[in-house]
Design a protein around this ligand. Structure first.
Ligand code: UTP
Length: 408
């Protein structure tokens, strides 16, 4: 793209200020900025202007989860089926590690955070140790795909290499990068990170499969015979990955996707709940739950929207292929965005000052035909680290690790 073409594209979206410093740039910087303009999707910025309402929802009704007593009764059968699928190489795992972890407040990728007390225990290490349990049980390596972003790719790859993948077999680890979206002020004007660089942030965890495909990693997985992908968040240090029992339940039921869920500990707990939306599986975010939905009861007198997702899903790839081109809803998230001010000086705000645009993995569920919500014991499988202290923090996760006999 040349200067005139770039200017035209920017004019169409009211973003001409992006070229304000063009004449001051070196030839290489000019080229890089023009290419960034070419690749950036400025249409997302429209979502920031005007009224930023919650996305429109359809009619919500309950979706029953497979609960612990039923799982216990069928455990052996599910385990056998799951282990067989793992041994045949039909199951891969996808680590979503492209986020910025801003709440944790470390400049390093979240997985590099050391949660140890008496020794070093990194978040990545905890996850790999959990996956190793399945490797030992099944006697086979589970292909591990790690999604990073432009902001943390190099440090993530270098760290895992330096730590020798915490004992995981390098041949089974593949990296791919997610895409970025522009970040803007509240009027939808993109911020500049440098004079020759538009400010961007990772485009949310919902783009994981299309990014995996763009990198050719999904195709390779399919060629290798992988049929299911267990997608999981970097920050739950008790996460069970490629859990044979969960795999067996999803395979046996012929579901397009399974979602690990936990009983909510309070009606207003900040996790999304599984439900049906216009008769299709869906997840409603906690801030979209009305009083009426929070107090609704099912036929047993239990809360009708009782089960929250923990960002651990098992997707069948053939179903993901059907929705690969689909555009997911765009969520506008207020964040602190470092940027150049009018004088061209870098500002690092302490309060949110603009919008980032994200697609979320939970919105993929609504596109699929059948979902199995699969209950797990929250104290054994759910220790998310979002903050340093308080709820969902390094502190709370350390306590839960202790309860599960993990020495930190
Ligand atoms: P969070 O929603 O907690 O976001 O991510 P975050 O960016 O890590 O943290 P904050 O909000 O800035 O504090 C949930 C999971 O989704 C991944 C994260 O790495 C984490 O595993 N994620 C999130 C991505 O892979 N890409 C993204 O763009 C966003």
């Amino acid at each position: 793209m040349n200067y005139e073409e770039a200017l035209k594209k920017l004019r169409d979206y009211g973003q001409e200020h992006v070229l304000a410093y063009y004449e001051e740039l070196t030839e290489a910087e000019k080229e890089s900025l023009l290419s960034q303009i070419e690749l950036t999707d400025f249409s997302v910025l429209a979502s920031c202007k005007g009224d930023r309402q919650a996305l429109q929802r359809g009619k919500i009704s309950p979706l029953a989860a497979m609960q612990l007593p039923e799982i216990e009764a069928k455990r052996e059968k599910f385990q056998t089926l799951g282990l067989e699928a793992i041994r045949k190489g039909r199951v891969g795992a996808v680590l979503l590690a492209g986020g910025m972890g801003t709440r944790l407040g470390s400049d390093d990728p979240k997985g590099m955070y050391n949660i140890g007390i008496t020794r070093e225990v990194y978040i990545f290490q905890r996850l790999i140790e959990n996956l190793m349990d399945v490797v030992e049980q099944s006697g086979s390596w589970v292909p591990l795909y790690v999604m990073t972003s432009d902001k943390n790719h190099e440090s993530t790859v270098a760290f895992l290499k330096e730590k020798d993948y915490f004992g995981y077999n390098r041949d089974y680890v593949t990296f791919f990068m997610q895409e970025m979206a522009p970040a803007s002020d509240y009027d939808g004007k993109v911020y500049m990170e440098e004079k020759g660089k538009i400010s961007t942030s990772p485009n949310g965890n919902g783009g994981w499969y299309s990014s995996m495909y763009k990198w050719g990693v999904a195709q390779k997985a399919m060629e290798d015979g992988v049929e299911y992908l267990n997608v999981f968040a970097v920050d739950n240090v008790l996460q069970r990955i490629a859990d044979p029992c969960f795999v067996g339940a999803v395979v046996e039921g012929g579901y397009a996707v399974g979602a690990k869920v936990v009983k909510k500990c309070a009606p207003d707990e900040k996790i999304g709940v599984v439900c049906l939306e216009d008769g299709r599986p869906s997840i409603v975010e906690y801030y979209e739950l009305t009083e009426e939905l929070m107090s609704a009861k099912d036929e047993n007198g239990d809360p009708a929207y009782y089960f929250g997702v923990i960002l651990n899903y098992l997707f069948r790839i053939s179903d993901l292929e059907k929705i690969r081109e689909k555009k997911l809803p765009l969520h506008v998230v207020e964040k602190k965005i470092a940027h150049l001010d009018e004088k061209g000086e870098l500002v690092k705000p302490n309060e949110p000052n603009g919008c980032k645009f994200e697609q979320l993995v939970l919105d993929m569920i609504h596109e699929l035909d059948g979902c199995l919500p699969f209950e797990v014991e929250r104290n054994r499988e759910f220790a998310p680290i979002k903050n340093k202290t308080g709820i969902d923090s390094v502190e709370s996760a350390r306590v839960l690790c202790g309860e599960n006999g993990i020495v930190l």
